[in-house]
Ligand binder design. Structure first.
Ligand code: FES
Length: 364
């Protein structure tokens, strides 16, 4: 019998702080959708590990990331989750101002402070890479290989490096975004996403479109496997009605199939022929995780003003059903009944690989 992690892994603030330090502040973290920052000066702030990270588009059109902390006395620079500055990022405390590339641009009486170097006292940069149309940041001084820790997840799962490229996720347009504030530990959400033992119980709409899920084996159980649509399902919609037609380069063998990829530690990618669903988790506390979910479509679909509601509703229901289950589970993690953890049945055995990965990260 394979056991799960013990209950305290999901509740103990010390374990959570260690995960923040050794997982979320060490690995690549999917921060923002690039199209959310369409022009120079547009910014977003996100919580990555214990840090607030500021992602801003520069005048050269490049995205950059910085710690969202003023170098003078440490005030938080941008307090809004999203906004736009004109020329500089200005601290609201004593008015130090930073260029969009992070250099200290101006400060009251700066001319009388020759020991203040504009680069040395510029914003602290954070590593940034773009993939799938998202800015991924890494707080480590020396980030791990992006290819080995991020893009390889898609190759390992789909068995073909080109398979995800055919969806052109970076060129898709945002159709809908829903933010879920989930009262559960981030690992419960990952574990839930990885298995489908629960699908027959809580996902009637999903199993109607993907009947093999009712058997309990998630698409993620097998390499390269996409779950086939039911014969009667015309599209990946809440009522099985037709969606928007296959994305142009999606291959025939990818058509009428659903693929799911977990990019550890905080991203789930769902691929269906006519859209892509991207989940990003922002762990806020041992028992709280904010999940931002984007539904992405071909730009022509968005430009046409098409009604996305039946398309969005399917996975929105799945999300609500999943997060409800995770919230139902979270209190049990503190119970004596779960002190030594629970059990993984055969269709959940692959979750133990995730547990091994977490343990290795925390030991390292
Ligand atoms: Fe920012 Fe003083 S703390 S200018």
């Amino acid at each position: 019998m394979i056991s799960t992690l013990p209950g305290r892994s999901y509740t103990d603030p010390e374990v959570f702080a260690e995960e923040q330090a050794k997982i979320f502040e060490t690995l690549w973290f999917c921060a923002v959708r690039a199209e959310d920052l369409p022009k120079p000066g547009a910014f977003k702030t996100v919580q990555a590990g214990r840090e607030s990270v500021l992602v801003v588009r520069g005048r050269d059109d490049r995205l950059r990331a910085f710690l969202n902390v003023c170098r003078h006395r440490g005030a938080q620079l941008c307090v809004e989750a999203q906004g736009e500055v004109k020329r500089t990022i200005r601290c609201a405390y004593h008015a130090w101002s930073y260029d969009l590339d992070g250099r200290l641009a101006a400060a009251p009486n700066l001319a009388k402070m020759p020991d203040i170097d504009r680069v040395e006292y510029g914003l602290v940069p954070v590593h940034l890479r773009e993939w799938l149309g998202y800015a991924w940041v890494c707080l480590a001084a020396e980030p791990p290989s992006f290819e080995e820790t991020v893009t390889s997840a898609a190759t390992e799962r789909l068995g073909d490096p080109a398979a995800i490229e055919r969806y052109h996720v970076d060129k898709l347009a945002l159709g809908r975004r829903i933010v879920y504030d989930v009262r559960a530990n981030w690992k419960l959400i990952v574990e839930n996403f990885m298995e489908c033992y629960h699908c027959a119980t809580i996902h009637p709409e999903l199993t109607a479109v993907l009947p093999e899920f009712a058997g309990g084996y998630a698409a993620q159980y097998y390499v390269g496997h996409g779950a086939e649509f039911a014969d009667r399902a015309e599209g990946f919609t809440v009522d099985g009605s037709r969606g928007f037609g296959k994305l142009p380069d999606v291959s025939q063998d990818q058509d009428r199939r659903y693929y799911a990829i977990t990019v550890k530690p905080q991203v789930f990618v769902n691929l269906v022929p006519d859209h892509v669903i991207m989940h990003r988790m922002y762990p806020m506390a041992a028992d709280r995780t904010v999940v931002e979910c984007d539904w992405l479509y071909h730009p022509d679909v968005i430009a046409s003003g098409a009604d996305l509601s039946l398309s969005v509703e399917l996975f929105h229901r799945v999300n609500e059903q999943d997060f409800d289950a995770c919230e139902r589970t979270q209190p049990g993690m503190s119970s004596r009944a779960y002190r030594d953890g629970g059990v993984l049945v055969p269709s959940e055995h692959h979750i133990s690989l995730f547990h091994q990965w977490v343990n290795q990260r925390l030991r390292g």
